[in-house]
Design a protein around this ligand. Structure first.
Ligand code: BTN
Length: 326
């Protein structure tokens, strides 16, 4: 067994608990420098290995590297036909896929990354995408599937698909915060960013990239989102094979044409999981803020609200944000 494998075995036995460099060195009969080197090699392979100055090393459970071979048995026939690529590290899967879209990559091309160094969110925000503890993926839609569709509805369809995949694989029930945040226990666990190119001829969509970032077992977040962000598995450890199964479930849904049919069924599925449905919430519309009852989603994928003091409004996804009532 190599030093790296020995270290992996020891840390796996510790089940997420930290071991100091000294403890490890003693247990394996190595120098501390050799431990450090082996830890670095594991990290380069995609293991989420924490190393804190006073606490030592800990392997986050369920954080072994994602491999395409591990996804394959869980992929649908449709998804198996798609061009799926997995990277150890990308700046952003959306950015990389948009570049491929411009080079005529086919419908269904999917990119996954073990980490993103410049993960992007809506409103120009960053999306924290550390190695090995989340799923960061983008898929490319083009061709007939886009014809006659409402562009903003794709995000709603993606949110329903992501919830359904999490429900299927993790038996957890995330809710959707308008328009595309998946929430669990009051914290955001998943974000979706759709980016499209308009066709120059027909005026419709030429292609659309749907990117999804899901925090599976991420525990440390940057201070500015610490109070807002969460993970599917915060205290408990996810099963060892969870990430490949969940990645496959997401791809199966995102690569199925039915997912993108925005009709009464999808609207009902969205509303079923919608945070604040039938309740009062604070609506933010640019600089304006008002209390309103959240009524649901209309056939154009707009948010329906009943403003306090009278007046129903249908708001486009890009204009409105909702929060707990003030
Ligand atoms: C948001 O919450 O505002 C949207 C976050 C979207 C993050 C995903 S991760 C995969 C894909 N690549 C990116 O750079 N962003 C999306």
């Amino acid at each position: 067994m190599s030093t790296k494998e020995k270290l992996l075995e020891l840390l796996a036995q510790a089940r997420g608990q930290s071991l100091s460099g000294e403890e490890i060195a003693k247990a394996l009969g190595l120098s501390r420098a050799a431990v450090w080197k082996a830890a670095l090699a594991l990290r380069q392979e995609g293991y989420a290995l924490e190393a804190a100055p006073r606490r030592g090393y800990a392997l986050l459970p369920g954080s072994g590297p994602l491999r395409l071979e591990a996804l394959l048995p869980h992929l649908s026939a449709e998804a198996k036909r798609a061009e799926i690529q997995l990277f150890q590290s990308l700046e952003s899967t959306n950015q990389a896929l948009k570049a491929l879209a411009l080079q005529e990559a086919p419908h269904g091309t999917a990119l996954l990354a073990e980490e993103q160094t410049k993960g992007r969110g809506r409103f120009g925000r960053a999306f924290h995408s550390p190695k090995g503890t989340g799923l960061y993926l983008s898929i490319l839609l083009r061709g007939d599937l886009l014809k006659g569709k409402i562009p903003s509805a794709f995000t709603l369809c993606a949110a329903v698909a992501a919830c359904a995949a999490v429900e299927e694989v993790c038996s957890l029930r995330p809710q959707i915060k308008w328009v595309n945040d998946l929430m669990l226990n009051g914290r955001k666990v998943c974000g979706i960013l759709s980016e499209a190119a308009q066709s120059l001829e027909g005026g419709g969509l030429d292609w659309l990239v749907v990117g999804l970032g899901l925090n599976v077992s991420t525990r440390a977040f940057p201070p500015e989102i610490e109070a807002l962000a969460g993970s599917l598995y915060e205290d408990a450890s996810p099963p060892e094979d969870l990430r490949p199964r969940l990645a496959a479930a997401l791809l199966n849904r995102l690569l199925s044409p039915q997912t993108w049919a925005f009709g009464p069924e999808t609207r009902a599925e969205y509303e079923k999981r919608m945070l604040f449905l039938g309740e009062r919430a604070l609506v933010r519309l640019g600089e304006e803020r008002f209390q309103a009852r959240i009524e649901g989603v209309d056939e154009l994928g707009r948010l329906l609200v009943e403003k306090e003091g009278g007046g129903g409004l249908a708001l486009a996804s890009s204009e409105a944000r909702i929060e707990a009532p003030g």
